[in-house]
Design a protein around this ligand. Structure first.
Ligand SMILES: CC(C)(COP(=O)(O)OP(=O)(O)OC[C@H]1O[C@@H](n2cnc3c(N)ncnc32)[C@H](O)[C@@H]1OP(=O)(O)O)[C@@H](O)C(=O)NCCC(=O)NCCS
Length: 145
């Protein structure tokens, strides 16, 4: 199964490195800015995709954000591996984990460029949300699980 939780210190290093490289470095954000306070919370679920060549090609996480609600954050697929179904597999994995916990809806704040990807996975725009780094519009999206 190419999608699994990170376990070892090396797994977590690769996990955060990819998150940084895809979601922070292109906007000159400092190392460490890719981390969130609740990354180490026991209720946060991390997913890591290992490609056939052994490289970590995609990462994502999910946490419970309400009594019945999950939120996906930090979805990132390496440029070289985009468009191969990795994002979809990461999302499927996290949604399945949320369902097992009895969560019935999933929300996320999507970058404008990623909105069509999430729409393909069954999400709908609820409302415009924040603009990241002064230049990346986001949209609140949700899906019934
Ligand atoms: C958005 C992202 C996670 C998608 O992952 P991916 O592995 O490239 O996507 P997949 O190959 O799983 O795509 C699944 C489907 O969505 C479609 N899709 C993916 N990205 C798309 C896009 N930007 N526009 C339109 N369709 C898209 C694919 O064509 C595919 O369609 P199919 O169901 O007909 O096969 C990835 O491109 C990425 O990391 N982008 C940069 C960082 C980013 O924006 N992260 C999201 C932050 S909210």
């Amino acid at each position: 199964m190419p999608v699994r939780p990170p376990h070892s210190a090396a797994d977590f290093a690769a996990y955060y490195q990819l998150r940084y490289r895809v979601l922070r470095q292109p906007w000159d954000q400092p190392q460490g800015s890719e981390r969130a306070d609740d990354d180490e919370a026991p209720t946060t679920i991390h997913a890591l995709y290992t490609a056939a060549d052994g490289r970590v090609a995609g990462v994502a996480r999910l946490h419970p954000s309400g009594p019945r609600q999950a939120q996906v954050r930090y979805m990132a697929v390496d440029d070289a591996y985009q468009g191969q179904g990795i994002g979809r597999q990461l999302l499927d994995y996290l949604e399945a984990a949320a369902r097992r916990q009895g969560l019935t809806e999933c929300v996320l704040h999507a970058r404008q460029s990623a909105v069509p990807f999430y729409e393909r996975q069954g999400y709908h725009i609820v409302a415009p949300s924040h603009t990241l780094f002064g230049s990346i519009p986001h949209f609140l999206m949700r899906k019934d699980l």
